[in-house]
Design a protein around this ligand. Structure first.
Ligand code: SF4
Length: 240
């Protein structure tokens, strides 16, 4: 289905970004300092969002992986989760180029941005509630700076809750469920998926087909609802 051309978005709000040495989360700042001492050539800082500044879709993950985004400086880059995520985006023509697990691989996202609920790497991939709350301001700023956003994909329950909190919405009204697509009060859509981590794929909790189905369902919903400008590389949402 061919879509109407995107309308000119309203002016974006200035993006609030954490400083490289953000210390709002003392535990994470301490962990970051340890990694800087051990791996001086790694990024080791709050990982900024990546993708299309005119995005209609925001993919939200949990937090940088130690040897993934924390090392490379780009969300979902350098570990298994990125292989599945970027392959899936390419499958729907939402990414152009070849993902090579490096921040300088020239991969381009079309209509999509990717970020995390928590921007600094947490020990054992487990951010604490206070850290998620502290970093919420940066997720909210990312959303406010993208007035063309029409949908979110939340990778995991923590990302789901973080998106709702950033939008000022109550969790109880929108329960996380893999494959669910929620219509938010402002008409935007929130699609839920289990996180595309190696753990989830190794255990069979999430398969590549299940992950693709989340994006297919979201694109289908968006395509049939009028007045939702969106684009991929072809200006269409045909997923095959
Ligand atoms: S997780 Fe977010 S709020 Fe916490 S130290 Fe990092 S950038 Fe700052």
């Amino acid at each position: 289905m061919r879509l109407t051309p995107p309308a000119a978005p309203a002016p974006a709000a200035p993006v609030l970004l954490p400083g490289r040495d953000c210390s709002l989360c003392p535990r994470l700042a301490g962990f970051r300092a340890i990694q800087r001492a051990a791996h001086a050539d790694w990024f080791n800082a709050p990982v900024p969002a990546f993708g299309d500044p005119q995005a209609w879709l925001l993919v939200v993950g949990l937090a940088p992986g130690l040897r993934g985004a924390n090392r490379t400086g780009r969300p979902f880059t350098g570990d298994y989760a990125g292989e599945l995520l970027y392959a899936t985006l390419a499958r729907f023509a939402l990414a152009q180029g070849r993902y090579q697990a490096r921040a300088d691989d020239q991969l381009v996202l079309c209509g999509v941005r990717i970020t995390n609920a928590v921007r600094c790497v947490p020990p054992q991939n487990r951010p604490e509630p206070a850290e998620i709350a502290a970093c919420r301001q940066f997720l909210a700023a990312e959303i406010a700076a993208s007035p063309g956003l029409r949908a979110f994909v939340a990778l995991g329950a923590i990302a789901h809750d973080a998106v709702l909190a950033a939008l000022g919405l109550r969790r109880a009204a929108f329960r996380f469920g893999h494959g669910a697509v929620h219509t938010l009060p402002d008409g935007r859509l929130l699609a839920d998926s289990y996180h595309c981590s190696r753990l989830n794929t190794n255990t069979g909790r999430l398969t590549a087909a299940m992950f693709e189905a989340v994006f297919a369902a979201l694109l289908e919903r968006l395509a049939v609802e009028p007045g939702r400008p969106m684009r991929n590389l072809h200006g269409t949402v045909a997923p095959s």
